[in-house]
Write a protein that binds this ligand. Structure first.
Ligand SMILES: [Zn+2]
Length: 277
């Protein structure tokens, strides 16, 4: 196999997550840019999955995943008994990438580049399917959705999904993620059909930390939070765990990177881990 082809290759895009959930949980949605992932639909059938949890790990790119997987026992366990896909991100920063995960559209279609854009786009056309998240499609189909994210982002969901758990932004990102993880465990007690969670420690450390050792601390706490959320989900819950884009401050972290790592960064490859509880 040609190495160049290999590093550029990817099996899916972030826009495929929403239509895959739509297909598996039988939630009608206007077909978006993405297409459902056959392999994941088959896996969900085999494991009789009736619910879905999306965990977005901010700034987890493919290279970082490969570098740290040995110190992420929970995530590794899920990947080893599930599916690991190379997934192409749709943007190099958070808001448009997460909007692609939730809507199934590329940023040039959903136009959500900053949190307030959702209000602008809704004011133009509240029924525009390109800004409707899979959580909202689920609600419309009579299913229950829940979202656990930063307070301002959560506000943008108010009235659109039944349960929103907002955690105020904090200087202590480890404590912030812990609160997110506790809120997700709490949200799971109410048996949502679709739950979305956003963990941010790696992204904050990418900006502020200077050593791999510091970064490994953030990675370890993320893994523990994933473990906590996973263990609180009822049997038959399908997990989509992914990065939103590769690491920020790349000039700092890619100093001694390999050819693979640089290509993977340039192609905005993030891991998508599929597993079931
Ligand atoms: Zn991000």
């Amino acid at each position: 196999m040609c190495k160049f082809w290999y590093v550029k290759s990817y099996e899916c895009s972030l826009v495929d997550i929403a239509p895959t959930i739509s297909k598996i949980l039988n939630i009608p949605m206007v077909p978006p840019d993405g297409t459902y992932l056959k392999e994941v639909v088959e896996y969900a059938k085999e494991h009789e999955c009736q619910k879905a949890v999306i965990i977005i790990v901010d700034s987890l790119g493919c290279s970082l995943y490969r570098y740290y997987i040995e110190i992420m026992p929970y995530l590794r366990g899920i990947a080893e008994s599930g599916i690991l896909l190379r997934c192409r991100s749709t943007a190099d920063y958070t808001t448009p990438a997460i909007a692609s995960i939730f809507t199934g559209y590329y940023p040039e279609e959903h136009h959500i580049y900053a949190t307030d854009d959702i209000y602008v786009e809704r004011a133009k056309d509240a029924s525009n399917p390109k800004i409707k998240s899979i959580l909202e499609w689920a609600q419309e189909a009579g299913r229950k959705s829940s979202v656990v994210i930063e307070s301002r982002g959560a506000d943008s969901f108010l009235g659109r999904v039944i349960e929103t758990f907002g955690v105020p932004d904090s200087k202590d990102i480890i404590e912030y993620d812990k609160k997110i993880s506790d809120a997700a465990a709490h949200a799971l007690e109410n048996n949502p059909d679709v739950l979305a969670v956003h963990l941010r420690a790696i992204d904050r450390y990418a900006h502020r930390a200077t050593t791999w050792k510091e970064m490994s601390y953030a990675v370890t706490t993320i893994d523990e939070n994933i473990g906590q959320i996973f263990s609180n989900a009822e049997k038959g819950t399908l997990f989509f765990i992914c990065g939103d884009h590769p690491i920020h401050a790349a000039e700092k972290w890619l100093k001694s990177a390999s050819f693979y790592e640089i290509e993977s960064y340039k192609n905005r490859l993030v891991p998508l881990i599929i597993g079931s509880s």
